[in-house]
Write a protein that binds this ligand. Sequence first.
Ligand code: ARG
Length: 459
Amino acid sequence: MTKKVWGGRFTEDINEVVDTFHSSLSFDKRLYSQDIDGSTAHCRMLSKKGIIPEDEATEIINALADIKREMARGGLSAGDDYEDIHTLVEKALIEKVGQKGEKVHTGRSRNDQVALDTRLYVREAITRAKRLIKGLQVSLVNLAEKNITVLMPGYTHLQPAQPVLLSHHLLAYYEMLKRDYARFSDCTKRVNVLPLGSAALAGTTFDLDRSMVAEELGFDSISDNSMDAVSDRDFVLEYLFAASVLMMHLSRLSEEIVLWSTREFGFVILPDAFCTGSSIMPQKKNPDVLELIRGKTGRVYGNLMGLLTTMKGLPLTYNKDMQEDKEGLFDTVDTIEQCLMVLSLLISEMRFNSEKMLNATEEGHLMATDLADYLVNKGMTFRNAHEIVGKVVLFAIDEKRTLKQLTLQELQSFSRQITDDVYSWLEPASAVTRRNLHGGTGTEAVKKSLERAKKEMAS
Ligand code: ARG
């Protein structure tokens, strides 16, 4: 068994089962580059402050760079027999430069070290998430542009409600993703704070230059309370929350596409390359990718709930419970990145059956609201118009005809104010010529939204 960094006051070796149980190396090895970057910046500062000799610092820094390259190439060269990534890197360093390598841990604890590594990791994860969100937004904008005039039923309660433009529907997701992007950006403010210099919990007796380390590592500020800095995992929770809301949006979009690709809807033709078949039913083409995105939302929520629960009863400051922050975080990072990537590809290859969508706007009396508005334009109150159109719809359902298939005489039996111009008013396509107020589904309004989105994507 390798010697423990804390072994001095112990007379017995750690129990082997416990050793495996408490080790985090199997997952925190992912933090090797952040850990080495942190140690490098810390070491440079120690030397600048005269806490360790310059020549030794140079040797340590060069060795750390070698270790980073080796780890990037071949994974972990020093074996798996270490407690965590911090001890592993330290041991690898000592193997290279001898005992002076131990000096890198001057004025530092693994408690502020792990907080630092995790912050660096989350910061990078945010950058990647934002890039991928933008990629999906671009796919949605392109798809909306390609289908700018396609008409479809809009739904409430999953009941056909009013005709809308497909492009308007797609751009609704663009807006959600815009907020997701902003949420990730916003949490960067609180992620990008340097905890190093807090040491175990109380700060350190060494005269560290924390601002120098912050600057070297690209942090905007340094933490103001050492006890808070080693205890705080809010920044992980914020990332997990932003990821959860993002997944909720991806899941809703996936669910809609699944629905649209059913035989019953038939609005969407999914690319074969994104579907799978059945081992027994030869006719099947299943939307697995979308179902997986919907399904993976559960684990992302779970990771958020898990860490919230882990943190809720912890006394200050560091407690080993907090090691449990990592697997859920890493899993969430992997999950959202995969989902964003695959969904963006699928969206760019999706095709619509615009005829089927248009036909669907002819069923279900989607023009009822427009007919009521028509009567209001003729001077009626909306409540009265609503009542009358309700009766017209009942009649049409009975007759198994659409509103515009009713004769003028029939329509006039409900209201004398209805005249011949009602038929052009009742064309589903005309519904999107009348809703050009900001944010509406009118063709002109949607074109403006599209232009706005394209400008945003270019900036
Ligand atoms: N593996 C530990 C974690 O992830 C590193 C910090 C260890 N600190 C300690 N006092 N045991 O939380």
